[in-house]
Design a protein around this ligand. Structure first.
Ligand code: SF4
Length: 418
């Protein structure tokens, strides 16, 4: 039987009025990325919709009045291409067209939807975001000493599950490729299941992070909802009860027992997970690291262990020095973990680095670092929704009034970005 082809379901084409953009959905190893396409390419390639390649070529040739040979010269190199291909002011990522197999996701495009006026094939601010992060609650189970979030005075802000589901519907219809959730702790949003089910129905699989020791029924629910390729992140700084208390301000003994039971439940229900440890003044010792190691060493579903140093928070009423880990201790821990990682195959260990003090870097070096930074997607292709429906350009800015660009209680996503 003749092979059939489709545009790789990871790629979504969108008309931006003066150009077509190709949005690449993120996967566990690569983030969202964006390329520009000339509209003619989009009009041709949208005929590759699950039919044999020659049939797509004939349809595109008839639609555009361009010879079949010229059309096939464009289409054929894009079949399972293993390198990026450049066209006229356009870039085609790898595996642009792939073989269609029954059951695969395929988007139907209409070539009439790719007409543009006043072409401008430079990447610029998008009409609708490619990535959305929605913060559904500022509530947490813990009150961490190094908390980076602007939680004070915002703990009771909440949008209804219906409202959040409507936002997700609109995002999907606009071609948003990734919809992430943040908190606070998302499991402190009472109706978290409704939100996760909704995201799953559109193929959005956000990475979830928690410090809340979930109960058995919640772990069963998560097993149903989570994509096996996106592990659940558990933030776990130590299992020494008195240090748990100093860092998280919860009852240490009880928290330790609950979080160990939670890990056991994840193992029982075969849920993939990762552990994230934040080193600070209260857990920057080998004893703390070993307290975690003792409980995770022979686990089957643990995939990675990330160990990082706490960074300076903008939203705490005290100075960084109040919780900063000691440089010497971080070096000792890094060297211990490096040795440990050589003897462990079942999960990967990410070694902590010393946090650089940017205030000690001279002006020349600072500007060099600044000028070679990765370009920022804030207000260009991403948006951040706060728990009360306000929208800002970046997750670090929270309710800073200079950066609030709208309110989803008053406008839809597109109008906010406009
Ligand atoms: S660090 Fe995270 S879990 Fe801890 S209080 Fe802040 S937002 Fe909550």
């Amino acid at each position: 039987m003749e092979k059939k082809y489709i545009i790789n379901p990871r790629y979504i084409l969108r008309n931006e009025s003066d150009k077509i953009v190709l949005l690449m959905k993120p996967d566990p190893v690569s983030p969202t990325s964006i390329c520009v396409l000339h509209p003619i390419y989009a009009m041709i390639l949208c005929f590759v919709d699950g039919c044999p390649i020659k049939e797509a070529g004939v349809k595109a040739s008839n639609y555009l009045g361009i010879g079949k040979k010229e059309i096939m010269n464009i289409i054929l190199p894009l079949i399972e291409n293993k390198k990026i291909i450049k066209g006229y002011e356009s870039i085609f990522p790898k595996d642009f067209l792939i073989e269609y197999k029954s059951g695969m996701e395929r988007r139907k495009y209409n070539p009439d939807d790719f007409h543009c006026s006043n072409l401008n094939l430079k990447l610029s601010r998008l009409k609708a975001p490619a990535d959305i992060i929605c913060n559904i609650t500022m509530k947490c189970y813990t009150d961490c000493v190094y908390c980076y979030a602007d939680r004070h005075g915002h703990l009771n802000y909440k949008m209804s599950p219906d409202k959040i589901c409507n936002i997700i519907d609109e995002a999907y219809n606009l071609g948003v490729v990734s919809f992430k959730l943040m908190g606070g702790d998302i499991f402190q949003y009472k109706e978290w299941e409704i939100i996760l089910e909704k995201l799953k129905s559109y193929g959005y699989n956000p990475c979830l992070s928690t410090k809340y020791p979930l109960k058995e029924k919640d772990v069963c629910k998560l097993k149903e909802i989570l994509d096996d390729k996106i592990p659940l992140q558990i933030s776990l700084d130590t299992l020494i009860p008195k240090n748990v208390k100093s860092i998280l301000h919860v009852r240490g003994e009880q928290y330790k027992d609950n979080i160990v039971s939670f890990i056991e439940l994840l193992e029982k229900y075969e849920v993939n997970y990762i552990i994230h440890t934040v080193l600070n003044l209260y857990n920057d010792s080998l004893e703390d690291i070993k307290s975690i190691e003792d409980h995770i060493i022979n686990r089957k579903f643990l995939r990675e262990w990330f160990v990082d140093s706490a960074k300076c928070s903008m939203y705490l009423p005290y100075d960084y020095s109040y919780y900063k880990p000691s440089k010497e201790n971080v070096i000792k821990i890094a060297s211990y973990l490096e040795n440990l990682s050589k003897s462990i195959d079942s999960f990967k260990i990410h070694i902590p680095k010393i946090v650089k003090n940017h205030n000690k870097i001279d002006q020349e070096k600072k500007s060099k670092i600044f000028n070679s930074r990765v370009s920022c997607s804030g207000n260009v292709s991403s948006m951040y929704i706060l728990p009360d429906g306000k929208v800002t350009i970046c997750e670090e800015l929270y309710w800073h009034p200079h950066f609030i660009i709208g309110d989803l209680n008053l406008n839809c996503i597109c109008l906010v970005l406009k």
